[in-house]
Design a protein around this ligand. Sequence first.
Ligand SMILES: *Cc1c(COP(=O)(O)O)cnc(C)c1O
Length: 500
Amino acid sequence: MIQNRHNPEIEINKNEFQKIGYQLIDRVSDFLDTIRQKPVTCGESPSTLAALLGDMPLPENGRSAELLLAETTELLFKHSLFNGHPKFMAYITSSAAPIGSLADLLAATVNPNVGAQILSPIATEIEKQTISWLAEFIGVPSNRGGILVSGGNMANFTGFLAGRTAKAPKSIKTEGVNVLDKLTFYCSKTTHTWIEKAAVIFGHGTNAIRWIVTDADHKMNNTILQETIQADIKQGYKPIMVIGTAGDVSTGVVDKLKEISIICKKYDLWFHIDGAYGIPAAIIPSMKKIFEGIEDADSIALDPHKWLYSPLEAGCTLVKDPKHLLDTFSSHPDYYNFDGAEGEMAHNFYEYGLQNSRGFRALKVWLALQQIGKKGYQKLIAEDIELSELLSDLAKANEELEAITQNLSISTFRYVPRESKYNKNENYLNKLNEVLLNKLQAGGEVFLSNAVVHEKYCLRACIVNFRTSKRDIEEIINIIVREGRKVHSELSQVIDFIKS
Ligand SMILES: *Cc1c(COP(=O)(O)O)cnc(C)c1O
């Protein structure tokens, strides 16, 4: 029986594959073509959605792939949140370049294991080229090494670990962090939560993080940074690394990176930049100045699945000297024959990061970089920034809105009713805008997120969305004011009632 193996339960023959594949592609192209007309989100509750799936046990017998795919396309297209919708601008989640969908199909079909060169001959070269293009994209020398990872958190972890190996006493690899409880890390208060996760899971504890205050402009106060480092050294601590942010999550601010790099040189510290969101904007010539100093970074995290419009997941760590990744992650067990037979050294990505078996996420990034090109990205990113500025300007011009911040493609603003009885009451305004945000999110017309800026609860729009247009921005302003009035009218009655 096994001699001529015939597995209809898993195989899909050529004709069948074509038929199902074409059906799927037809549905996907219709979806992309009509995404504007759909609500941004179905807004259904988890229990409603769970009920849709039912509680059937693990299927005993298989079912037709054609039916499964037909049902599942419908399920996903009816009950999802679409971050590719032109009015989705929450968190930092981009619309995905359609070529990424096709790239993932192709990557999964060839299915190379990009952990080892010998298992992924051409894919390894494609990933290497992608990394060097990404370096060129942000304007650092293209001979940087690096690795693609699943996202910003992993990219930051990878840089963090490489920096720790480079700057901690060498015994860290054998003795672990137990004997080194005085290692310290420096970053501003706006740094993304990955740093806390890193401190906890890599054994340092959150007390090893020195949170440096920011100035009124939200940038790290580099004078305090330097003073804190000096004070720590005096007290016997061992400073290891400073993390600069290039585009903070809440408001898009870029730290004064050049100054940080000078401090890092002076005290022999690793300079890591978290550019997960913002650093692709360095491709725009007029923005170069804000990013001055990135060429000095020892490691940089960036996220192709944000402003490069790659479908999830794709992050990247770039390092000035790839040797630090090898020092940190390489091992040579005797069950791996991956070193290359003769001549050329094999470039095995498992030696450059946390993963062992690795998928071909480079393909979608590599293809988008070529389809869109440098000029295309300059245009798309500049337009996102321009739309964000427009949103902020329209908020400024509107009597019932207050613009709070605008940096890169992130604007924050809030609804403020006209009556003076309410519009000076910060507690009321915070509550009002929180309720408003939840209402907007559930409504499905527009999807924003929030930020707390100088204790003001704000609505926040981050545009990393090539489908958003000027008209969407104008419509969004009207939606927010319309809903803001409704929420205010309900909320003020409740408050007046409680007070009376
Ligand atoms: C998004 C983001 C992260 C986390 O990235 P993921 O891709 O969500 O893991 C870290 N830092 C900054 C500045 C970010 O914008």
